[in-house]
Design a protein around this ligand. Structure first.
Ligand SMILES: Nc1ncnc2c1ncn2[C@@H]1O[C@H](COP(=O)(O)OP(=O)(O)O)[C@@H](O)[C@H]1O
Ligand SMILES: [Mg+2]
Length: 361
């Protein structure tokens, strides 16, 4: 290899991808390096959806290369491909679904469903094929948030998922109505959910996002044992009481050997719609401290923003309805990091990525 080519290869390899938190060498993203005189052309490949983002990454890598004056011109192309990732031992992956991501929270009302749907939509915007399964039997909210209603129809011996905003959607709410109180016991809930999961005609999904029921009881535990989950996202609010519950969720995933891909702190700060003043009404830093303590990355912090609530209630989640807004940018970042962390999980051991250490409290 020529000296200059080696120099370019080394330099590009040092670029840290903000989504994986790792350099391009470590994440094996560099596919080809070609040089001519003091010019170079590079091909990169990432394992998270990046239809929109590819250009931004290419630009950043190019700037990184050109920051060294020995390189006078650089062309960078970025391609992406979503791989299937490991599921818990003894479970078989679901046909037609490459990866299942479980979204959990220790308790209700922290914005789990809102986060799940917007992250799912952000993955769609990056070119991925995505489904969402609303597993919150006691309070299904995806039909309302996505503006879709039942009844369900059949295709062959399977149930056809509903579709909106490019998402494939299944919710217990389509079958029982959102207003019908559910008085099922644990085993029935688990059965209904595994049935929805297995009997939906999911059409070639890169990601199936599961909006889990809130809490960390038997239902959640059984579900996580039965469902071939590749990774989990835990949503919390910054106040102590919610964090205690979120810790239980982390422990639950550890018990069932599902890697926690990250934490999202929702309702981090309140932005006053009138004066723009920012107030941390639920306290500050809780998510960050917890992330450090547990060795789980904090993938993002979302403000308490009235638009999120308004659009969600109208069945138009911000990522779909308001693509240029600041919160959409935040959801996109979270989605990219989530997908990138998932892609890295498979190689954790080899590359010494910090594993999750759950301490007892
Ligand atoms: N970041 C946010 N800013 C403003 N409202 C939010 C935010 N996240 C969620 N909400 C609202 O809070 C309520 C509860 O959110 P939801 O996602 O249903 O919580 P969970 O699924 O955890 O019970 C909903 O009305 C939702 O629109
Ligand atoms: Mg919910």
């Amino acid at each position: 290899m020529s000296e200059f080519r080696q120099f370019v290869a080394d330099r590009v390899g040092q670029f840290v991808d903000p989504n994986t938190g790792m350099d391009l060498d470590a994440s094996k993203a560099v596919q080809a390096v070609a040089v001519s005189g003091s010019q170079c052309a590079l091909e990169l490949k990432v394992n998270y959806p990046a239809k929109r983002y590819a250009e931004e990454l290419a630009r950043a890598v190019r700037e990184h290369l050109l920051a060294d004056t020995r390189i006078t011109a650089a062309t960078v192309s970025v391609s992406w491909k979503v791989l299937s990732h490991k599921v818990q031992q003894q479970l078989t992956p679901l046909p037609g679904v490459k990866n299942i991501i479980a979204v959990a929270s220790g308790k209700g009302g922290v914005g789990k469903s809102t986060t799940a749907v917007n992250v799912a939509l952000a993955l769609v915007a990056e070119g991925a094929r995505v489904g969402i399964l609303d597993a919150d039997i006691y309070g299904p909210s995806q039909p309302m948030m996505l503006g879709v209603t039942g009844p369900l129809t059949q295709v062959g011996d399977k149930i056809e998922p509903k579709r909106n905003f490019g998402l494939q959607i299944m919710s217990i709410g389509f079958a029982i109505g959102e207003d019908t109180p559910v008085v099922w016991r644990g085993p029935m809930v688990t059965q209904a959910l595994t049935q929805m999961l297995n009997e939906t005609a999911w059409d070639d999904l890169d990601y199936l996002v599961i909006d889990l029921p809130p809490g960390t009881g038997d239902i959640q535990l059984t579900l996580c044992q039965r469902v071939p989950v590749s990774g989990a996202l835990v949503v919390t609010t910054p106040q102590d009481i919610a964090l205690i519950d979120a810790k239980k969720a982390l422990k639950m995933f550890e018990k069932v050997a599902v890697p926690v891909l990250g934490l999202v702190e929702n309702m981090s700060v309140f932005c006053c719609p009138n004066c723009g003043h920012v107030t941390p009404i639920f306290g500050t830093g809780g998510g960050a401290i917890m992330a450090l303590e547990y060795g789980v990355p904090l993938l993002g912090q979302l403000p308490l923003d009235m638009r999120i609530r308004e659009l969600s209630d109208q069945g138009r989640p911000p990522v779909a309805a308001d693509p240029d807004s600041a919160v959409t940018t935040l959801y996109r970042e979270i989605a990219r990091k989530l997908a990138a962390r998932l892609a890295l999980q498979a190689r954790n051991k080899q590359i010494g990525f910090p594993s999750i250490v759950i301490q007892s409290t």
